[in-house]
Design a protein around this ligand. Sequence first.
Ligand code: AGP
Length: 609
Amino acid sequence: MCGIVGYIGHQNALPILIGGLKRLEYRGYDSSGIAYKNGNGIEIYKTKGRIRELEEIVPFPYEDANVGIGHTRWATHGAPSTTNAHPHCVGGVAVVHNGIIENYREIKSRLIAEGQTFNSETDTEVVPQLISWNMKRGLPLYESIVESISTLKGSFALGIMSESDPAILYAAKKGSPLVIGYGEGEFFFASDIPAMLSHTKRFLFLQDGQICTITAAKVDIHSFGQHEPAEKEQSIVEVDWTAAMAEKDGYPHFMLKEIHEQRRAVEDTLKEWNDCSEKLFEDLKLTLKNTFGLRRIHIAACGTSYHAALVGRYVIEELARIPVSVEIASEYRYMKPIIEHDTLFISITQSGETADTLAAQREAKCKGARTLTICNVVGSTASREADLVLYTRAGPEIGVASTKTFTSQMAALCLLASGLALKRGRLMNGELKVLMSQLLKIPELIEKVMKKSGEIEALAATLINARDFLYLGRGVNYPIALEGALKLKEISYIHAEGYPAGEMKHGSIALIDEAMPVVALAPMNSHFDKILSNIEEVRARGARVIVVTDEPGAFSHKADDVVVVPSAHPLFSAFVTVVPLQLLAYHIAVLKGCDVDRPRNLAKSVTVE
Ligand code: AGP
């Protein structure tokens, strides 16, 4: 969480830094700041609040500066304030940081005993303090930086500049994401690609334990503690994302734009392997031998990606008949998972940088599992560290609430399940063809649901005063109930629970009264009669019932509101039932005046444990 940017080159750094920070604001948005080189030294502007507040204090027209660093913060140590905002500057060395310095207390006490004076409550400040102290001891700048970094425990992506050598930027990484952007006679660094997309599409993903020195002419990459540049040439990745993909494109919020992009995102994810051809298996490096030998699958993920994993379990088990266990990644990493040589571990993560998911993947790998990641960001840590990668093609997702990456993850899982089923002889070619034709219809069905936005907005207007919601689903729609509740909670701050409909009578039914709207997912499938009974049960207790169904006739006297969705293949119905829930949460949040793209206390990418 937190976003960092840096620029060095022939252009004015200030609009580039501020523009980059705006694109990283989803990572943290309680305070921000920039540092740049002017004629007399390093100039720093920082403030509590959003980037627009930073823009108000940076003098305009901008000074001409060709080197600078910037930061947008999600507070961990010390409340959001101007003093705690980054950059932190000590002895002419300015630092921006994403991550957590776990041993900052010890370092701080030691440096205070040595006579250094601290200004902020942050963990970050120990970094410029250490560098400046090492310089006072006589070490040159680069050596001071490397020596200081070797003292740090925890995770960091650091951007550093110094008055003493203003034509060089330093960037270092351990545990937190950091990407270098390659331009012509100019270089960038940032926590994430969208911050640099309007300037370049060529990126290098710095690896843990690497530090680079960046001038306007070149980037040199070293391992911590080594003077010689890294021996192995690292590859520069060219992405096909465009700057426009990271713009709102006329929509009032990124979230609404991304909900609308789902048709395209799912279509693009399905396109590459739409016949579950050999190419899927070639790309995944899964041979006949190792798919037959596969005895179990573990999936670990967080938040929305975890809900996609739960959908994946139903689909893989039904089609490929392989036992699948799904765990929340922060639990998996500590639960001593039982992994045998015939276990496939799958991580699901749109960012590829979620700390808990990465830790789960590392745990599985070190215990001998073959690891596959379903990921949206080419070159991200998860994709680099996993043995196999299945990319979702959702394009950059900026809104904190995941939408298009969720449906794209489900699409990837359906492909994987179908492919495994074919390889393992659970599906014949003809059956697969029929199934794929159903899956390929999904983008069109999503588009049809999108037309309901106005109707759902009107429904939302009648629900904004509710204090609690219950979402119910069965089978593949149980995870959609969880996802609907999460969407509502995170952007509208209304308490909501997702429940397997059959489990409700074992406790949570006690909560139901006239004040509690219940959203029930009831597409026509083998659970239909059961969920119908559950709906009767909540109606009998006075709840307001909102049903999402493709069978509206069944609810003429049994629901207060019915959102009609098109019929999909029962295994794929989650694609059409989740979209109304995303729209409902979005419209409720907007009507309540909430900041939909930057909900309080949250950040898009959770890179700390
Ligand atoms: C949901 O809307 C959130 N964005 C959050 O739950 C997210 O899915 C979770 O933090 C996992 O992120 P990842 O997919 O990048 O790993």
